[in-house]
Design a protein around this ligand. Structure first.
Ligand code: AHR
Length: 502
């Protein structure tokens, strides 16, 4: 029997909703087909956005969307994607699959989508192949309400009022696809480019995100902060940055091989989960460097790309990064979200990569068909953590499991929050492929009277297909017992369980 102790009175910090953010790049079938089918499509849509997909994402409570890349961002020239669609430039998406990008999804379409989703906006600018002028004009086009060349151009293109840009990324992976820069070089460019991300609206400031490290490149974090970290100052109220990014993907068999998304054994299961758990070390070690500059944690760690990256589905375009999503992905999502929740003092945003039809997606589409992946269900089960307060929790007697010594993981992973309505939200992952685990949840003071619970469980390789779209789905959990301040239940092998209790 594992014992989960919860001190619901000991609040440890706010879990920002943005931790549950998503990422959509002009890559494969993420934007085109996945989200945007155009007004003339036979697939039901509202102003070109797929209705089924938008409805599903709203139901999952998507809080934020990052766009247009990724590597694509540092090749994107925003003026190609405005104005009448017939006259928009066509180009080759050289990064991703060498297909024609017709720019029919651009700035106006992105904000239309976010309005339909009711989510915050995170726009990523181009440092790698763009200019300061181009970036500054984009910010003016999107956010300036007065008289100016860019505000006038926006109005000519049919949008009177400025939009709200919640976050703006100054480049992406500038150590790699975003320009192969050294940290010193990028840091100096960052200082220059961010100067022209003007704050036109004092009441709606844009949060500026500085491009951070790849995985364990702690030197990058150190070097960039050394040059760019600036405390709040009367002339630049927010300093030079509001956040520093971090990218980490789980490749069970390494970057070169990656491995199948659906064919794997127990050993690879534990290897994958151990690599997902490594996120904790990354957050803590990059966080320790950030603490040296920013002990009050004023800037956020922005994990704006994370998730599983496997080999593409056989027969699909290798440049489209289309992969299936199994119960293994569900557990990777649960474990990672628990890590973010528990480090919410520093992690202020995270975006799983990517939202639809690319890498660890929550939605897959094929023509007019749509399936929700196991990862979707995890985000749905975790949604009540958004903007709730993390509270103290720990599992007593949590043994480690795995295959061999190298890839050991804890049997259970959990995080607990209390939301504005006073509900205690508990999420628990059982990482074992074979062991059902009896769990006793003990509250410090609460005697539960209202309880809702759900479970996601199947064998480790199970996934949803267009032929069998509901093989893995969230189901109500009714098999639990309440005794005073305790709830007892069994977490099935390979499962994610959530409780909402008051
Ligand atoms: O998400 C796919 C790619 O991974 C992104 O374009 C890039 O930023 C990262 O390397």
């Amino acid at each position: 029997m594992a014992k989960l102790f919860i001190n619901e009175k000991n609040k440890k910090g706010r879990i920002k909703a943005e931790i549950y953010g998503h990422f959509a790049e002009h890559l494969g079938r993420c934007i085109y087909e996945g989200l945007y089918v155009g007004e003339d499509s036979e697939i039901p849509n509202v102003n070109g956005m797929r209705k089924d997909v938008v409805d599903a994402l709203k139901e999952m409570q998507i809080p934020l969307l990052r766009w247009p890349g990724g590597c694509f961002a540092d090749e994107y020239h925003w003026k190609d994607g405005i104005g009448p669609k017939e006259t928009r430039k066509k180009m080759i998406n050289t990064h991703w699959g060498g297909v024609v990008e017709d720019n029919s999804f651009g700035t106006h379409e992105f904000f239309e989508l976010c309005e339909q989703l009711g989510c915050k906006t995170y726009v990523n600018g181009n440092v790698g192949s763009g200019t300061v002028q181009e970036m500054s004009e984009w910010v003016e086009y999107m956010t300036f309400d007065g008289v100016s060349p860019m505000a006038d151009l926006r109005k000519q293109n049919g949008r009177e009022k400025a939009w709200k840009v919640d976050y703006f990324g100054v480049g992406n992976e500038n150590w790699g696809c975003g320009g192969s820069m050294t940290p010193e070089y990028y840091a100096n460019l960052y200082r220059r480019f961010q100067t022209y991300v003007r704050q036109y609206n004092a009441d709606k400031p844009i949060k500026k995100i500085c491009g951070g490290a790849n995985v364990a490149d702690y030197f990058w974090t150190e070097d960039v902060l050394k040059t760019c970290f600036a405390p709040p100052h009367p002339d630049f109220a927010h300093g030079y940055m509001d956040g520093l990014s971090l990218h980490y993907y789980v490749h069970p068999e390494g970057w070169e091989i990656k491995g199948s998304a659906t064919e794997f054994d127990d050993k690879v299961w534990y290897k994958t989960l151990a690599k997902a758990k490594y996120m904790e070390e990354l957050v803590e070690r990059h966080g320790a460097i950030m603490d040296q500059y920013d002990p009050d944690k004023k800037i956020g760690m922005i994990v704006d790309e994370w998730g599983c990256w496997f080999s593409v589905e056989p027969g699909t375009n290798p440049g489209f990064l289309y992969q299936q999503s199994t119960m293994r992905d569900a557990l990777v999502a649960g474990v990672t979200l628990d890590i973010f929740n528990k480090h919410c003092d520093r992690v202020q945003m995270a975006c799983i990569a990517q939202m639809i039809n690319v890498l660890q997606s929550v939605v897959l589409t094929e023509g007019e068909k749509m399936v929700l992946t196991p990862t979707y269900h995890v985000f749905h089960m975790y949604k009540h953590h958004q903007d709730a307060d993390l509270v103290e929790s720990f599992v007593e007697g949590n043994k480690t499991i795995g295959v061999g010594e190298e890839y050991q993981v804890p049997l259970l992973s959990e995080s607990v929050s209390v939301d504005k309505e006073g509900y205690v939200n508990i999420t628990i992952n059982n990482l074992s492929v074979s062991e059902n685990v009896p769990v006793e949840v003990a509250f410090a003071e609460l005697t539960p009277s209202e309880i809702e619970a759900s479970v996601l469980t199947q064998e480790m390789r199970a996934h949803n297909t267009f032929e069998d779209p509901e093989k893995v789905k969230e189901e109500e959990l009714t098999d639990f017992v309440v005794e005073d301040r305790k709830i007892k239940f069994t977490a099935p092998a390979c499962s994610v369980v959530s409780f909402r209790v008051r």
